[in-house]
Design a protein around this ligand. Structure first.
Ligand code: TXE
Length: 459
C-alpha cells in the first residue's frame, strides 16, 4: 500500500483525513491520498523559494531540468510500473508513451531553454529588446489519462522560466506525481520550488484556482471543469491555459494508402483505451473504399490489446454511450460488451449507422468507442469533421490531398498520414470547447513568463 503525501517546502506531509486510490485493473486499493482542502502553506513555501529560483540563470535552471530527466530515466521502469498500476494501461504503453515522454518533457525544455534567443526590434532611432520575467507562483492541474506525461509537460517549462509551482495531479492517479516529488527531493531541488498537493478537484483544485497569490493556471481536463476553472480565474485576471476535451475525426480519403491508414487509424481509435483527448473517436471513410477499409480495420482490431478504463464510474459513463448509440439507431460492428473479469474493462467498440450529428457522434465519450461514418466528397468530410463543439485535433489519410483537407479542419492540430507524431516545439492546444491557448516550445515559454519590452532611445 502506498501512502501518498503532499510535498510542501521540501517536506512530505500527510493529513489525518485521507481517501483511497483503487486500481482500475481489479478495483484493489493501492494507495491512500491526503484530502487536502487548502493550499496556504504550499503557497507560502512557493513564495519563499521564488526569489532564489527566479534569480538563477536560465542555464542553471536548464541543468536542474536535466537532473530531473536523468533521475527519472534512471527510474523509468518504476515510473512505468506506477503509471500502469494507477491507470490500468498496459505496461508497454505506460513505458513507451507515458514514462518516456515524461523524461523527454524535462530534457526537451532543458535544451530549448539553452537555445532561447533574445528578441530585438530595431527602430531608426531606438532599439527594443524583450526580456521574459517569471510570473511567480503558478498552479498546474492535470487529469488522470496521461498523469505524469501531462503534468511534466507543465512543470518543465514553468520551472524553466523561473516560476515556483503548486501542482495537483488527478485524485484518481496520484502515484507518479508523488514519485516525481521524491525524485526532486532526492536530487536536492531547492525546497518550495515544486510543491505537490493531493485531493479532490472541487476542494484543493478549486483552492489553487482561487488563491490570490497563484498568478497563472495551466489546466488540463474536461471541458465542464474547464468552464469552472475559467469562471473562477477570469475575474482575478490570472493567466490561463486550458487543454480540454475532444471529439476528433480520423478522415480516410479515397486515395489513402490503406497499408498505413488502417493501423494508424486503429491506433488513433484505441490507444490508452481511447482515453487520450487526441484520440480519433470518429472515423470518416470515403464510400468508395468503405468496405475494404472496414474489413481490414475490424480484422486488425482483433489483435489490438487495450487496458481497462480508469474507473467503474467512467466505465458506466462509456457504457451509457453504447446504449445511447443503439437508441440512436447505431449498429455495433465490434465489441460493446463487458468482459467477465474484475476491473473496469470494456471491449473495443465500433459503431456504424449513426448520423454524424447524433449525440453519440458529437459528445465526448473518452473511452474505447468509435463511430464510423461514410462520406462522398472532401467537402462533406470537412463539414462532418467540423460539426461538433470541440476542435482539438484530427488526422487525414490521403496520398495527394491531406494538407488541403487538414487546413480546413477547425482544430488546433491535424496529422496527415500519421497520428500522435509529436515535435515538442510545435503549438499544442485546441479551439472551441477544446480549450484556450497553446503549450509547447515557444508557446510554453510565452505562457509561463511575462514578456517585457525595453525600448532604448539612441543618444
Ligand atoms: O478531467 P477533470 P479528468 C480531458 C478529457 C476528459 C478529461 C478526463 O477530454 O474529458 O480530461 O480527465 C481537477 N477546480 N483531457 O476526468 O475531471 C481534477 O481533480 C480545479 C483533455 O481528470 O476535469 C483533476 O486534477 N480543479 C486533455 C483535473 O481537474 C478541478 C488531455 C482534471 O479533472 C476542479 C487529457 C475544480 N473545480 C484529458 N474539479 C487535453 N486537451 O490535452 C476538478 N479538478
Amino acid at each position: 500500500m502506498i501512502h501518498v503525501e503532499n510535498l510542501i517546502g521540501g517536506k512530505f506531509v500527510s493529513l489525518d483525513e485521507k481517501f483511497e486510490d483503487t486500481s482500475p485493473s481489479d478495483f484493489s486499493v493501492i494507495a491512500t491520498i491526503p484530502r487536502t482542502k487548502q493550499v496556504n502553506d504550499a503557497v507560502l513555501a512557493a513564495k519563499a523559494a521564488l526569489h532564489d529560483w527566479s534569480s538563477l540563470g536560465i542555464e542553471q535552471r536548464c541543468d536542474w531540468l536535466d537532473k530531473i530527466a536523468n533521475e527519472l530515466e534512471n527510474e523509468i521502469q518504476e515510473v512505468a510500473r506506477l503509471e500502469a498500476l494507477d491507470t490500468g494501461k498496459p505496461m508497454d504503453v505506460a513505458l513507451n508513451v507515458d514514462a518516456k515522454r515524461s523524461v523527454n518533457n524535462f530534457r526537451f525544455f532543458a535544451e530549448f531553454g539553452r537555445n532561447l534567443q533574445e528578441q530585438k526590434f530595431e527602430m531608426s532611432d531606438a532599439t527594443n529588446y524583450v526580456i521574459r520575467k517569471p510570473i511567480g507562483v503558478v498552479g498546474l492541474i492535470s487529469p488522470w489519462n496521461l498523469p505524469l506525461y501531462l503534468l511534466s509537460w507543465k512543470i518543465a517549462p514553468a520551472l524553466l522560466m523561473g516560476n515556483t509551482i503548486i501542482a495537483k495531479p488527478s485524485e484518481i492517479t496520484p502515484l507518479t506525481a508523488h514519485f516525481l516529488g521524491r525524485i526532486c527531493t532526492k536530487i536536492g531541488l531547492p525546497d518550495g520550488v515544486l510543491n505537490i498537493v493531493n485531493g479532490y478537484g472541487p476542494e484543493v483544485g478549486q483552492a489553487i484556482v482561487e488563491h490570490p497569490e497563484i498568478k497563472a493556471i495551466s489546466f488540463t481536463g474536461g471541458t465542464s471543469t474547464g468552464k469552472i476553472v475559467a469562471a473562477t480565474a477570469a475575474p482575478m485576471f490570472k493567466k490561463l491555459s486550458l487543454e480540454l476535451g475532444g471529439k476528433n475525426a480520423s478522415i480516410i480519403l479515397d486515395d489513402a494508402d490503406l497499408e498505413i491508414a488502417v493501423p494508424g487509424v486503429l491506433r488513433a481509435s484505441f490507444l490508452n483505451s481511447g482515453q487520450i483527448c487526441l484520440c480519433g473517436s470518429r472515423v470518416l471513410v470515403h464510400a468508395s473504399i468503405y468496405d475494404d477499409f472496414m474489413n481490414r480495420y475490424l480484422a486488425e482490431l482483433k489483435d489490438f490489446k487495450i487496458g481497462p478504463v480508469i474507473s467503474e464510474e467512467h466505465r458506466q459513463k462509456v457504457l451509457s454511450y453504447i446504449r445511447l448509440a443503439i437508441e440512436e439507431g447505431g449498429e455495433i460492428l465490434a465489441g460493446g460488451n463487458v468482459p467477465e473479469k474484475p476491473g473496469a474493462w470494456i471491449e473495443p467498440t465500433v459503431i456504424s449507422g449513426l448520423s454524424h450529428t447524433s449525440r453519440t457522434a458529437t459528445e465526448e465519450i473518452f473511452g474505447p468507442v468509435v463511430t464510423i461514418h461514410k462520406f462522398d466528397t472532401d467537402e462533406e468530410a470537412i463539414e462532418m469533421a467540423n460539426c461538433t463543439q470541440y476542435g482539438l485535433a484530427g488526422s487525414v489519410w490521403s496520398k495527394n490531398r491531406g494538407p488541403h483537407v487538414a487546413e480546413k479542419i477547425e482544430s488546433g492540430m491535424v496529422w496527415v498520414n500519421t497520428w500522435l507524431h509529436r515535435d515538442l516545439r510545435v503549438p499544442f492546444g485546441g479551439v472551441k470547447d477544446s480549450g484556450v491557448g497553446r503549450e509547447g516550445g515557444l508557446w510554453s515559454v510565452g505562457f509561463f513568463s511575462e514578456a517585457v519590452n525595453i525600448c532604448v532611445m539612441e543618444d
